[in-house]
Design a protein around this ligand. Structure first.
Ligand code: KIV
Length: 274
């Protein structure tokens, strides 16, 4: 009997991604890096959690995801796992350049991330390491692909720019997406790809696509936590919609605290011990 999945917040297993999409739902995915935020996510309607290597930028202050390390990804994955509990399905980014070091090394790195709490791995690109993806999948590891603007290749791409423009580039993207699908990837993130190309890819594939800067034709969307909550006053790319005014809200709360300390209204007697 075909099970109709109910959409009740975070997915619990890899098949939930495709099941929710075939049930006519669009997937919402958000990055998360710490236990406290994970608890908020667990109480929300969001479908899926990604411990992205964007942590190197938005948490650690580096200027690219190339600075993410295996230890860093493992520590943040473990924190998110502690916040979400044992049941939630967590996707963690394989940091640069573990997917290019060979199958054995990639498997060792994935082992570290899974022992830290990851349920699945996301890795960037396809050409040149499809065998590694296949090896991971055959080893029982759910793999999510990531095509289009692949931030770990920012130096080669010449910046954070839209990818897949023009017939040849679009064809190459489709070819790479098909390669990932053929070796068993369960979903693919499409980052900064023109709307028409992302929609065409989504229709051509049998696995869900999760877009970021790639329009509404994807099977779902992913946003970085800090972007979604408007916490980065100095960074607002066109594809980001801020669903809260995090920077100003938090700053106002901090100002309120500083003023209350300054004028002696915090702490009061109820907040103190006699
Ligand atoms: O690391 C990350 O946050 C990501 C998303 C932007 C998809 O890979």
């Amino acid at each position: 009997m075909g099970q109709v999945p109910e959409k009740k917040g975070l997915v619990k297993r890899v098949t939930d991604f495709a099941n929710r999409v075939s049930a006519g739902r669009r997937l919402s995915m958000v990055t998360c890096y710490d236990a406290a935020s994970a608890k908020i996510l667990a109480a929300s309607k969001v479908d899926a959690v990604l411990v992205g290597d964007s942590v190197a930028m938005v948490v650690h202050g580096h200027d690219s995801t190339l600075m993410a390390t295996l230890d860093m990804m493992a520590a943040h994955t473990a924190a998110v796992r502690r916040g979400l509990g044992l049941e939630a399905f967590i996707v963690t980014d394989l940091p640069f350049p573990w997917h290019r070091k060979g199958m054995r090394e990639a498997l060792d790195a994935v082992d570290v991330l899974m022992k830290a709490g990851a349920s699945a791995i996301k890795l960037e690109g396809a050409s040149g390491h499809v065998e590694t993806v296949q090896h991971l999948v055959e080893s029982g590891i759910p793999v999510m692909g990531h095509l289009g603007l692949i931030p770990q290749s920012v130096n080669q791409l010449g910046g954070y720019r839209v990818q897949g423009r023009g017939v040849d580039a679009a064809e190459r993207l489709l070819e790479e997406a098909r390669m990932l699908e053929a070796v068993g990837a369960f979903a693919i993130v499409l980052e900064c790809v023109p709307v028409e190309v992302a929609s065409r890819l989504t229709k051509a594939l049998s696995i869900p696509t999760i877009g970021i800067g790639s329009g509404a034709g994807c099977s779902g969307q992913v946003l970085v936590w800090q972007d979604l909550l408007g916490m980065q006053a100095d960074f607002k790319p066109r594809f980001v919609r801020t669903f809260s005014d995090g920077f100003d809200d938090i700053r106002q709360a901090l100002d309120g605290y500083a003023d209350a300390v300054d004028n002696g209204t915090f702490p009061n007697m109820k907040e103190s011990f006699e």
